[in-house]
Design a protein around this ligand. Structure first.
Ligand code: GBH
Length: 478
């Protein structure tokens, strides 16, 4: 079990940000309302079999019509900050050209309502919902999408740049390149394996252009990016498992983090270098563009992975896919850890170890870190005398927050990493991508028939943490 609320509250450094995170496509619904254009995910989710439970995001949590209620929940929760994403096709229905004012108005009001509630907005510019018109022109396989993304960032900065405290350019670009273009289990459903790598380079270029656009527009907030980091280890002691673990680390972690933080792609081991050739051919100018100074580095942490050589056919954290069999490696389960509803291993100590490894690899090039997502799905909680019991989620969050605070605290293994904040994934049960509504990650339960929101016990737990911290702050101030 993790530490209790009082212990956690005492470990929180002064000014530490406690938050919750969501993404537009997962909660908003209202996909064809007020001039929004379709996204890659609108089209993908309509394909038979793409969403495991057949769920549609047409309504999702109906957040587009219920943002006031959701902000009231966050106010009750006592979080300092709310991380949400903007739907690019709501703002630019075709991904280029003039602004759809009604779309931008929605986010403009959302930011104002958050500020009025004392909650600081953290805005993600891109959380996977590429405008479909751009997808039809090649999406992130095309360099033009990076240019369009920079233009979009300018439009957003001109309207919201005076009120947003923190910006995240991209969320987890690996999910788009690997799941979306490589394996086809996410939008746009392409199965290009290593030929998907241009989608890595173009997302990173888009990031660089967006950072420049935000700064050129005078946006006041801190600017960063959110990468998933999966700590990787080889399953066996043999050479091939080690080689494939290194390859997986490149594919999932380093081909994003290295260029963002150091300005160059990693050098792959010779035997696998041909697979990464397209990245090695990038121009110096592109690499400089990608390597923008960042105010923080966002880390989404879910699970460690153990890698063995050879294609896998069994279920993995990335989902079942016959494409997995075509990869030269597969994920091996950890018998020693419990699992979440998704079957993902629960291994909180790896969050601290991962920050240690990041600091060892990047040194002074690692900016202050924000945990931009941490959380877990568990089955529908039991109703016990009017409360929704999700003790597993409380244990999960207390364990992860406890470990990362201990690791970055004065005597911790990652004490040289400056940790700015921690965002729980997620506020509401929502449309969990290819898993539809079958995986519930929320602090708040959503009944998808009535759309009624009911806080789970984990919500009350997180609220007690924010209150304990606040009381402590007041005691100190007094
Ligand atoms: C996040 O993805 C997303 O940002 C969020 O929208 C989502 O709802 C949430 O977490 C829960 O899924 O498996 O190592 O081969 C994190 C989960 C991480 C799963 C990347 C797919 C692919 C790399 N994703 N992972 S790997």
């Amino acid at each position: 079990d993790g530490p209790n609320v009082e212990q956690l509250a005492q470990q929180l450094p002064a000014g530490f940000i406690l938050g919750v995170a969501t993404a537009a496509f997962q909660i908003e619904g209202s996909l064809d309302v007020d001039g929004r254009g379709p996204s890659s995910w609108d089209a993908f989710a309509e394909k038979p079999g793409a969403i495991s439970d057949g769920g549609s995001a047409a309504v999702a949590c109906d957040h587009y019509n219920r943002s006031g209620e959701d902000i009231a929940l966050m106010r009750e929760l006592g979080v300092d900050s709310y991380r949400f994403s903007l739907s690019w096709p709501r703002i630019q229905p075709d991904g280029k050209g003039a602004v759809n004012e009604q779309g931008l108005d929605f986010y403009d009001r959302l930011v104002d309502k958050l500020l009025a509630a004392g909650i600081s907005p953290m805005v993600t510019l891109f959380h996977w919902d590429t405008p479909l018109a751009l997808e039809h022109d090649g999406g992130w396989l095309s360099r033009a999408t990076a240019e369009r993304f920079g233009d979009y960032a300018s439009l957003v900065a001109a309207r919201l740049g005076d009120r947003v405290a923190q910006w995240v350019t991209l969320n987890e670009p690996v999910s788009v390149s690997l799941q979306g273009y490589g394996l086809g289990v996410h939008a746009p459903g392409r199965q290009l394996l290593f030929d998907a790598l241009p989608a890595v380079h173009h997302q990173l270029l888009g990031h660089g252009l967006a950072v420049q656009a935000l700064r050129a527009a005078g946006a006041l907030g801190r600017i960063g990016v959110a990468n998933m980091h999966a700590p990787v280890s080889p399953a066996g002691t043999g050479y091939r498992d080690g080689l494939m673990a290194a390859t997986f680390d490149l594919l999932v972690n380093r081909i994003f983090a290295d260029p963002l933080l150091t300005g160059s792609y990693p050098t792959p081991p010779l035997l696998v270098r041909p697979w990464f050739k397209v990245l090695g051919n990038a121009s110096d100018e592109d690499m400089r563009l990608i390597h923008q100074p960042l105010d923080f580095y966002g880390v989404n942490y879910y699970y460690p992975v153990r890698i063995a050589a050879g294609g896998g056919t069994h279920s993995t954290p990335a989902g079942d896919s016959e494409m997995m069999a075509k990869l030269p490696f597969h994920l091996v389960p950890f018998p020693e850890y419990g699992v979440t509803g998704f079957g993902w291993p629960v291994a909180p100590e790896h969050l601290g170890l991962m920050l240690r490894a990041l600091k060892d690899r990047y040194g002074e090039a690692l900016p202050p870190v924000v945990i931009t997502e941490s959380g877990a799905s568990f089955p529908e909680p039991a109703r016990v005398s009017g409360t929704l019991r999700d003790q597993e989620r409380i244990d999960y969050l207390a364990g992860h927050l406890g470990h990362v605070l201990a690791a970055t605290g004065p005597a911790g293994i990652a004490r040289d990493v400056q940790l700015l904040g921690f965002y729980v994934w997620t506020l509401l049960d929502n449309f969990e991508w290819a898993a539809g509504y079958s995986q519930r990650f929320g602090l708040v339960h959503v009944d998808f028939e009535t759309l009624q929101r009911t806080p789970k016990e984990s919500f009350h737990w997180y609220r007690s943490l924010s209150r304990a911290r606040r009381n402590r702050g007041h005691a100190q101030a007094g």
